[in-house]
Design a protein around this ligand. Structure first.
Ligand code: PLP
Length: 388
């Protein structure tokens, strides 16, 4: 995309100043679940801007009130408070603060191969290469490795029962390679948290609002967390907004205590209006079930890539419209792949460091466009693999 300005967009296509179009199979940074140019969201933003564009953090106004109610209606029974933020990192920061204040404990537990945000606290939770350059980011964060919930259980025991404020977990670690949890992971994690009085925070910043074929990713796991952090698809990317959804068993602490957590742009009217319209669109267009239905198409396309390129591609996996394949090759393979994708004018999330390609198309992309995008990716992988 380098070399020309980004000047517009239409559905899942980005339009450049030189007239070229790119098919976005990655939803930008996983937030553009409705693609570009969604008329309903744009109209809601315009109408909010002309009615009430600015509000102090403690103001009451319809879009904010309705959005909080809407989010609570989407969350499991028992969630009764919403704290708005400007994005996902800030949502996790505030969930960390809430967990410390409620439990009176300092430590957190999260996983390697996770991403929780770019601010210092969220980065401390993060289990990838972005944390070490700024260490020690925040004391008391323990990272665990592997797919086996026994590792989490034993770590919690060994860290000392009653010392961990909260476990932060992505339902599917997304940007680090789409790693689906074992079926018993979340239930056993919930049980371990209950046994130790530790809060469980589901980081739904990437997986929330239909990406996995249900509203929230944890809904596949049969477990109810204590807090849910959201951003990205909350507004489909049309305005910055994040939130922490809080269960009443956590929120009740603040009936008598103050949560010092003021943010200048708390519940910004434009973000609230965009989020309400995006959530309305997901529902009106049936996009959560649509994503579940298209899972087979996405995974089928990724499996075909593996079958056609056995030396370069393997382990197709995913849920809903979030999929990945592992890719293997020398540095020239990755250079060829990048240039073949550029040639095909298709955007996906490629990481040589992790050896993955991640695909996360807009939930409202047509089946023809989805098939076209998968075909372009397949051709690019085949080109990169064959020219070795
Ligand atoms: N949590 C997860 C799981 C994410 O994928 C991200 C962003 O990629 C974040 C948190 C941080 O969100 P933001 O970039 O909106 O601060």
């Amino acid at each position: 995309m380098q070399g020309a300005d980004l000047v517009g967009g239409e559905g899942p296509e980005l339009i450049m100043g030189d007239g070229s179009r790119w098919l976005d199979m990655g939803s930008l940074s996983y937030q553009a679940s409705l693609g570009q140019s969604h008329a309903g969201v744009i109209a809601a933003i315009a109408s909010q801007a002309s009615q009430l564009c600015l509000a102090p953090p403690n103001a009451d106004f319809p879009a904010k009130r309705e959005l909080a109610a809407k989010l609570l209606s989407l969350a499991p029974k028992g969630f009764n408070k919403v704290f708005f933020t400007v994005g996902g990192s800030e949502a996790n920061e505030n969930a960390m603060k809430i967990a410390r204040l409620v439990t009176g404990r300092l430590k957190f537990l999260s996983r390697y191969r996770s991403y929780h945000g770019a601010t210092l606290g969220a980065l401390a939770l993060t289990g990838d290469y972005r944390r070490p350059p700024v260490e020690p980011a925040l004391g008391g964060v323990i990272h665990i490795l592997g797919e086996d919930p026994a590792v989490l259980e034993e770590t919690m025991e060994l860290e000392g029962p009653g010392t961990i404020a909260a476990v932060f977990m992505e339902p599917i670690p997304g940007a680090n390679g789409v790693h689906l949890p074992r079926a018993d992971y979340w239930p056993r994690m919930r049980a371990a948290c209950d046994a130790h009085g530790t809060l469980l925070v589901a980081d739904e910043v990437l997986t929330g609002f239909g990406r996995t074929g249900r509203c929230f990713g944890f809904e596949h796991e049969g477990v109810v967390p204590d807090m849910i952090t959201v951003a990205k698809a909350l507004t489909a990317g049309y305005a910055p907004l994040g939130a922490v959804l809080v269960h009443e068993r956590v929120a009740e602490h603040f009936e008598n205590e103050v949560l010092y957590a003021g943010l200048t742009n708390y519940a910004h009217p434009i973000g609230c209006a965009a989020a309400l319209a995006a959530l309305e669109a997901y529902e009106a267009e049936g996009l959560y079930t649509r994503a579940a239905g298209l899972e087979a198409v996405l995974l089928g396309g990724l499996k075909n890539i593996c079958q056609a390129n056995p030396t370069a591609a393997s382990a197709a996996r995913g849920r809903g419209l979030l999929g990945a394949v592992d890719l293997k090759g020398d540095s020239r393979f990755w250079e060829r792949l990048l240039s073949a994708l550029k040639e095909a004018h298709v955007l996906i999330h490629i990481s040589e460091r992790r050896g993955t390609a991640i695909v996360a198309p807009a939930l409202n992309m047509s089946e023809e466009q989805l098939a076209d995008g998968l075909q372009r990716i397949a051709t690019a992988v085949a080109t990169a693999a064959s020219e070795g």
